[in-house]
Design a protein around this ligand. Sequence first.
Ligand SMILES: NC(=O)c1ccc[n+]([C@@H]2O[C@H](COP(=O)([O-])OP(=O)(O)OC[C@H]3O[C@@H](n4cnc5c(N)ncnc54)[C@H](OP(=O)(O)O)[C@@H]3O)[C@@H](O)[C@H]2O)c1
Length: 262
Amino acid sequence: MHLLHDRRGTPPGELDQAGLVELLRFGVPPSDAWLRTNFVTTVDGSVTGPDGASGSISPGSDAHHFALHRALCDAVVVAAGTARAEGYRAVDLADWQRDVRAAEGLAPLPTLVVVSASADLDPQIATPAVGEGGPVVVATTTAAPPARLEALRAAGVEVLQRGTKSVDLRAVLDDLAGRGLPRLLCEGGPALHRELLALGLVDEVLLTLAPSVVGGDGSRTTRGAGLDDPLGLALAYVLRGDDDALFTSYRTLPEKPVGRLE
Ligand SMILES: NC(=O)c1ccc[n+]([C@@H]2O[C@H](COP(=O)([O-])OP(=O)(O)OC[C@H]3O[C@@H](n4cnc5c(N)ncnc54)[C@H](OP(=O)(O)O)[C@@H]3O)[C@@H](O)[C@H]2O)c1
């Protein structure tokens, strides 16, 4: 990966794994959650390819980038729409990702948090297709159908009921930070992203620009009603992959002070 810009002053140039970890490591204010969202989009602004999934637009160099972000978070937060469309399961990691986590003092595996009002999720989400998986939490409402919650619990999922009609996202983030999971990586999707931004809960937006155009009616990185006011962002860094993908990080304004969690 080639660093094109880092507002903290890191000189442009090729970054090795240690340099990438230094750049991508979460800045976490003490006792508070830091929420980073991560999307890949084509140059014409679609977050999905012709198959309705994101893998088909994801450039080759994104695989390592995506995996490194997973290696550096305490929890992966995802909306049920994306979890269903992309077949999410408990997070398992490669040995190199576990090594990164060990060096960073993180738990061996991140927790998967799925946000869903309906709780309409396959209980097999509790385990990865192969290997060992991290814990799985379903964040839902007090109105979720009890039978679905029972099936999820029986499979080993922790059910967190916050909110009545829709999930109280602020309460969920506070709960996660309160249990020692402040480094939060939200992998979508667009409906959840819009809500989190509208509520002022996003600290950092990661946008990968795939060097491709797909046309079609694919969603943008947000879906739903317009925000009352445009949300300002400040560019933090830009990386370029060997395949011309661009990896950008924006901080939402006003910026939260950054500290390191002790
Ligand atoms: N390119 C990328 O980086 C990227 C990333 C992520 C997703 N995607 C794509 O986005 C598409 C999925 O998008 P989507 O429109 O389905 O949106 P989504 O945000 O993935 O899912 C929406 C669903 O999430 C749940 N949800 C969100 N906020 C909630 C809240 N506050 N309370 C309760 N439930 C809440 C609801 O689930 P229930 O219906 O279960 O109640 C809702 O129907 C897929 O095609 C996926 O491939 C692309």
